[in-house]
Design a protein around this ligand. Sequence first.
Ligand SMILES: Nc1ncnc2c1ncn2[C@@H]1O[C@H](COP(=O)(O)OP(=O)(O)O)[C@@H](O)[C@H]1O
Ligand SMILES: [Mg+2]
Length: 323
Amino acid sequence: MNVLILSVGTRNKIVQYFKKALGDSGKIIATDMSDLAPAVYEADKFYKVPKISADGYIDIIFEICKKENINCVLSLIDPELSLLAKHKEAFSDIGVTVVGSSYELCERALDKMEMFNWLTQNGFPCAKSYTDKELFYKDVENGNITYPVFVKPVCGSASIAISKVYDKETLELLFAHNDNLMIQEFLNGQEIGADVYIDMLSGEVVSVFTKKKLVMRAGETDKAVSFKDEKLFTLIEDFVNRSGWRGQIDIDIFDVDGKYYISEVNPRFGGGYPHAYECGCDHMTMILNNINGHVNIKNIGQYEDGIYMMKYNDICIKKSLNM
Ligand SMILES: Nc1ncnc2c1ncn2[C@@H]1O[C@H](COP(=O)(O)OP(=O)(O)O)[C@@H](O)[C@H]1O
Ligand SMILES: [Mg+2]
């Protein structure tokens, strides 16, 4: 069994965990557009590839799959998830399983307004959201929403260009200088991250790890503590079952006075996943089980609560940039 991990960047741990899960039974091949991406050196072999938006990019990935006898492929960055989903059939034709959700769901995850619409239509608690500021002002007048509010790009990521806004003047200024912004009800509560694995054969949620985010840095969870709540597990299962996610996903949730609000989904391994793995939620092995034709047994909440995670920096030293 050979696994291809695309756009590994700085996700060294993810590559290491896959290597551990695979043992001697296969190889991990990694790609990145830069040979200064440290995680590529954790893999058995590395291919430097063009930008994902370059002409013929996907054909290069197909070629790597054929040459390396790849059995499954996944990506660690958001913009590549839809691309893989779109070519699911073509990958399947060369014996490769795409680990991930459908094209439609990957696109929904990228668009926070689409996600809001789906969540409200399906009755899940979420922050009231607007792209039309006049509609928002009307709701302010009607008392349906109050300042402060949260303003962010509809298709943003990594917490870029997010603001907490206290008045109309600031909001006008932000809208005048940026395209594609949305206004969201400010969720004043505890941020939670969920790392979830949905069996690719049975479609069932088989593993859920939840953590309270204690400190965020540059859009990522820097410090967190694990916890368990059956009510939250049930909400996550219900949400996943109704939307149809597959494989690995990461969900942002807020706990506002005991009520859980779903904020967003990243249908891939999130930056905070190592916390789940180190607490015993080995989703790499679950992926390999699926690729080997084995269904994973549902085992939700199989970890200890109160386990802390603290991130720190590490470095990679290379004399030359060949493997
Ligand atoms: N409605 C909101 N209320 C309060 N904080 C928010 C809200 N939306 C986002 N945030 C904060 O901004 C961060 C980034 O927003 P998010 O919607 O997760 O976008 P992305 O992670 O794609 O940049 C969140 O982790 C959270 O800290
Ligand atoms: Mg987020």
